[in-house]
Write a protein that binds this ligand. Structure first.
Ligand code: UD1
Ligand code: CA
Length: 463
């Protein structure tokens, strides 16, 4: 089947110019590794094989992609250049008869339609190779593509190997190539490292293949990431794309430049997102929510019509209709029911909170299970940690905890309990009780000794 497509993604380089211990292709762009964006852009051309060429930090790269199905890895033990990298897939593709789409793992802004375009142009033209190019204002650092007016390519010369006159050519190589595998195999094994960097350049196969066609791509899509400045520029492009898509899908973003939203976030229509809000990781924000200003939601699900102000929610779920914040921190697999009020200044960790329960002021609720319609008095603390282990607090439906109370876990408090303010509870409480641990209030009139009473009339001592 001549049209079947394999992909090879070059991801073995360290990325020296990133000045980082993390392999370059694992640096995050809008919440996903650079390399994963590249893989996503190829989904609509349905590759039958997906080979990632790993080298520097190979184990780290494999682990980061372990959740993706049908990936194969080829190891490039020494990074001797992009051509040497593609040579590493030769054993895996022995007997393969289709096309090989080669992508650089550090070119993450490609859109699926651009990939579809290079693949279909290649199939239609029957070329030996088709390469993605763009004309850009500042081509510094990129390989220059030399072609005629019909976009038939003669050769690619790396920036550092170009003469001054060749550098004036603004048509650059995007690092994305579609090869007929059998044609590539006539030249790939014979590459030489006779260039300034003494590397085996993939780009050197082009001058020995014929015909080679160039396909133009929108310049904004082909930016390669070699340093953190370029990463920041790509982030701005990706953020604009994500936010423009959301705006057009019915989400209001107020002052969108101050908002960041990862590519992995799902925001439903009629959500309003206010300034200085960040949505990260795997989040779902259901319709009618009002998120922000000044909030961070990470790996969490927020039910419909929730209001969230100046708060942080991580790895948790909040059902619909609630009012969260200002200044709530909900974390550690917390599950908050419907129509709850959480905050001002409340932390909820790894706890379940029943529907219509309020934890409205200055509380810590950790490792707890609260029923429905519980009212947690201001300043209530679950004392969950004995210095060694964490213990559980259970509070039944409709119970009211006293303001400034401590519930020393493990402890179970029944339903319909009313608790006196300032209580320190260390034992379980049955349902339907009033419970209080305070010592009785005493007033002692005339308690001051004579010398203190006299002192009141004297001028204060200076020291
Ligand atoms: C490469 C192209 C250049 C093009 C540019 C587009 C070559 C020789 N040059 O240059 O024409 O304009 O991309 O962005 O191909 N890699 C390996 N193994 C290696 C070397 C690199 O896997 O031995 C990987 C890197 O991890 C990276 C990709 O290949 O993902 C590109 O390598 P990089 O060094 O960034 O190439 P450029 O100098 O940008
Ligand atoms: Ca690069």
């Amino acid at each position: 089947m001549a049209d079947s497509l394999a992909i090879a993604v070059l991801a073995a380089g360290k990325g020296t110019r990133m000045r980082s211990a993390l392999p370059k292709v694992l640096h995050s762009l809008s919440g996903l590794p650079l390399l994963q964006h590249v893989l996503i852009s190829t989904a609509t051309v349905h590759p039958v094989r997906q080979i990632v060429i790993v080298g520097y930090g190979a184990d780290q790269v494999k682990t980061a992609l372990a959740h993706l199905p049908n990936l194969e890895f080829a190891e490039q033990a020494e990074q001797l250049g992009t051509g040497h990298a593609v040579q590493q897939v030769i054993p895996a593709l022995a007997g393969f008869e289709g096309n090989l789409l080669v992508l650089n793992g550090d070119v993450p802004l490609l859109k699926p339609e651009t990939i579809e375009n290079i693949v279909s142009t290649h199939n239609d033209s029957g070329s030996a190779a088709t390469i993605l190019t763009a004309k850009i204002d500042d081509p510094t650092g990129y390989g220059r593509v030399f072609c005629d007016e019909n976009l038939v390519v003669k050769e690619i010369i790396e920036h550092r190997d170009c003469t001054a006159a060749q550098r004036a050519n603004q048509r650059i190589n995007a690092g994305i190539y579609c090869f007929s595998w059998s044609a590539l195999m006539t030249v790939l094994p014979h590459l030489k490292a006779d260039n300034d960097q003494q590397e085996y350049y993939l780009t050197d196969v082009i001058k020995d293949l014929s015909p080679v066609r160039a396909v133009d791509a929108p310049p904004a899509e082909i930016a390669g990431i070699n340093n953190r400045k370029q990463l920041a520029e790509a982030e701005a492009v990706m953020q604009k794309r994500i936010k423009d898509d959301l705006l057009l899908s019915g989400v209001t973003l107020i002052n969108p430049d101050t908002i960041t939203i990862d590519a992995t976030v799902l925001v439903e229509p009629d959500v309003v997102i206010e300034p200085q809000t960040n949505l990260r990781g795997r989040c779902v924000i259901h319709p009618g929510c009002h998120i922000g200003p000044g909030s961070l939601v990470e790996n969490s699900v927020i039910g419909a019509n929730t209001t969230l102000i100046h708060s942080v929610i991580t790895d948790s779920e909040v059902a619909g209709g609630g009012r969260i914040g200002p200044f709530a921190h909900i974390r550690g697999q917390a599950v908050v029911g419907e129509n709850c009020r959480i905050g001002n200044f409340v932390e909820v960790k790894k706890s379940t909170i029943g529907d219509r329960t309020n934890v409205a002021h200055l509380s810590y609720i950790g490792d707890a299970e609260l029923g429905q319609q519980v009212n947690v008095g201001a300043g209530t603390i679950t004392v969950n940690y004995d210095g060694r282990n964490k213990h559980k607090t259970v509070i039944g439906d409709r119970t009211k905890t006293g303001a400034n109370s401590c519930l020393v876990a493990p402890i179970t408090i029944g339903s319909d309990v009313t608790m006196g303010a300032g209580s320190v509870l260390t034992k379980d409480v049955e349902s339907d009780c009033l419970v209080v641990t305070r010592s009785p209030q005493k007033s002692i009139p005339g308690w001051k000794p004579e010398y203190l009473r006299q002192a009141q009339t004297e001028t204060p001592a200076k020291d």
